[in-house]
Design a binder for this molecule. Structure first.
Ligand code: ATR
Length: 307
């Protein structure tokens, strides 16, 4: 597929956007605009710094202006659960909304994506919330590390928003056992009991495994900042106990955890693949067309690593 060029901005240009607070360092506009250009769409993807207390107002604005769709990032993913008109199964199951599609009612009374309305935009519009993060994690683990989750033993670090969605996804993919570790232990305990209730057959344990595992996933934000170390430093767990390590952090490309894992001989991957697939899946939800993933990946790598 060609990388394409975007038509100049004009009065018929349609809009998507990512909202977060802060948002300045988001790589999504680079990735999504590359995807839109390759698809030859007269659309643009923008980024806005939206405060959480103004999320509802901003959503009303986007609906009134007939935006095609939105991505939401920190701190909006949980708040949006209460604000969208319809929740897709994915958002309900994973407990967060990272993608919104605006939909209009056609003449037959059927709700269709706003992308399907060319000239006359519909009078009544609703917001439909999805979650593409959890599926993107599984896709990236399979593609980047060759991991089949069914039957795998996994140590998951982090029980915040990202950790919770990852744990629920791993459980639904029938991992054999799940070890949960979090700085604030009560959060790991609460998450473990939630998962145990939903998946009674799964072995869930709070704390480090003594046995070997197939995969360690870092879903904490520790490793993002200069000066951060590996979240496993000083832990009762050696990297020789795992075959692979996945760090959801993608900036820096190589966190102290990934460096240590490579030194220990593990297969490693950072979170760029997850970022790519959550965005590409969102683009497909808005357009109904296959997303140009290779082009979007190249745009991400250029934006984040300058390569
Ligand atoms: P996200 O949506 O990115 O998951 P979050 O819900 O704020 O953001 O969760 C951040 C995660 O990183 C949590 O697991 C947090 O641990 P706590 O629950 O104890 O706060 C973890 N985290 C953040 N800073 C950390 C640090 N310095 N050391 C270890 N874990 C850290």
């Amino acid at each position: 597929m060609s990388t394409g060029t975007m038509p100049p901005l004009n009065a018929a240009t349609r809009y998507c956007a990512v909202w977060g607070h802060p948002i300045r360092h988001s790589a999504s506009p680079a990735m999504q605009n590359a995807g839109l250009a390759a698809l030859g769409l007269d659309w643009r993807y923008l980024a806005f710094d939206v405060r959480p207390e103004q999320l509802a107002t901003a959503l009303e604005g986007a609906r009134a202006m007939r935006f095609i769709g939105l991505n939401l990032t920190v701190p909006h993913k949980l708040l949006a659960l209460e604000l969208v008109d319809v929740l897709d199964e994915s958002a309900r199951i994973w407990g967060a909304v990272n993608t919104i599609r605006f939909e209009g009612r056609d003449e037959a009374g059927i709700w269709r994506p706003l992308a399907a309305f060319a000239d006359a935009l519909p009078e009544s519009v609703r917001s439909h919330g999805f979650n593409t993060d959890a599926g993107a994690l599984a896709t990236s683990l399979r593609e980047d590390l060759g991991i089949a989750l069914a039957g795998a033993r996994v140590l998951l670090l982090g029980a915040g928003g990202a950790g919770r969605a990852a744990a629920l996804k791993l459980a639904s993919e029938n991992v054999a056992c799940l070890y949960l570790v979090n700085r604030t232990i009560t959060k790991a305990t609460e998450l473990a009991s939630e998962i145990q209730t939903r998946h009674p057959g799964l072995r869930v344990q709070v704390g480090y495994p003594t046995e070997t595992v197939d995969l360690v996933i870092n879903a904490t934000s520790y490793g993002l900042k200069p000066g951060d170390r590996s979240p496993l430093e000083g832990a009762d767990f050696r990297l020789t106990q795992t075959g692979a390590v996945y760090d959801m952090i993608y900036r820096p490309a190589e966190t102290p955890l990934l460096r240590a894992a490579q030194a220990a001989g593990c297969r490693t991957a950072n979170g760029l693949g997850m970022l790519l697939h959550q965005g590409a899946d969102a683009l497909e939800i808005w357009t109904g067309q296959p997303a140009p993933r290779a082009i979007m990946r190249a745009a991400l790598e250029r934006n984040i690593y300058g390569v």
